[in-house]
Design a protein. Structure first.
Length: 277
């Protein structure tokens, strides 16, 4: 229902969103309803490859640049045309969806010289995100959606970090990115901690009372290998990613709780049918 979409939008406004990338389900009520919602939003709706069929113009802005702590972060978004499985899908009425790969190449060329970090809000699905990271350079982070996978340990494909969390707003993720060098391959801080823990374990084992000289030599080689990997990480971009499930115990914004309560009172859930005898 459109009223439910309005409640979701007001909640996003209260959360202080910076941008929203359009997905196919956002078009459930058609382009006019989505355009009306975008005008009520306190943040931009982004989609670089969604066009109005009648005017040939983009339905929403393609990208934005936001400055955070002195860094210029470029954001852009694309929608996968193959997510509309039926040729006469009513959600596509009055719309043209361009090939996302063509639009992505254009946006990278436009945004990369102006930004320190380039983020794609992707609604292509995990498989397409992976293919994109393997074939296209210049995107630092792909924040993916649609597939709904919890990537607690985000893969790094070439120099691109792939992020994604579960569906239906049931999870929240915090991603921290420390930028030392724009051209270095980023690594997960948890990987570094694992190496450090392994290094301490190997040193303790090597100094054990009953370790033979041959075993000590093997431990030394393992220690040298771990130390080499830790040296390679020095000065490179690093990140952490934490995904948390949103449960009943999660503290909620009272204004959002009020919106939800008012919606439920207006549209109560239907009673379960009485069991048949």
């Amino acid at each position: 229902m459109v009223d439910k979409a309005q409640v979701v939008l007001e909640s996003l406004n209260l959360m202080g969103y910076d941008a929203l990338g359009i997905g196919e389900e956002d078009l459930t009520f058609g382009k006019e309803v989505l355009l009306d919602l975008s005008r009520k939003a306190k943040f931009p709706f982004l989609c670089a490859n969604l066009f109005d069929e009648s005017t040939g113009k983009r339905l929403f802005q393609a990208s934005m640049i936001k400055e955070v702590n002195g860094l210029k972060i470029g954001l852009f978004s694309v929608l996968g045309p193959d997510l509309f499985t039926l040729p006469d899908d009513p959600r596509k009425k009055g719309l043209t969806i361009r090939n996302p790969n063509e639009v992505i190449s254009e946006l990278i060329k436009e945004l990369q010289p102006k930004t320190d970090v380039l983020v794609l809000l992707s609604h292509l699905g995990y498989t397409k995100d992976m293919e994109l990271a393997q074939s296209v350079s210049g995107i630092d982070i792909i924040a993916g959606s649609h597939t709904g996978m919890n990537l607690s340990y985000p893969p790094v494909v070439k120099n691109t970090i792939l992020l994604q969390t579960g569906l239906k707003g049931m999870f929240a993720a915090r991603f921290d990115f420390t930028l030392y060098n724009n051209h270095s391959t980023p690594y997960n801080v948890m990987t570094k901690r694992s190496y450090e823990n392994n290094l301490n374990l190997l040193k303790n084992r090597m100094n054990g009372p009953q370790v033979t000289e041959a075993e000590k030599a093997q431990f030394r080689r393992s220690i040298e290998d771990v130390e080499r990997k830790l040296r390679e990480m020095q000065g490179k971009n690093e990140f952490t990613n934490t995904i948390s499930g949103l449960t009943e115990a999660t503290k909620e914004n009272p204004d959002i709780a009020k919106l939800v309560s008012e919606y439920k009172s207006k549209y109560p859930e239907p009673s379960a049918p009485a069991p048949t005898k």
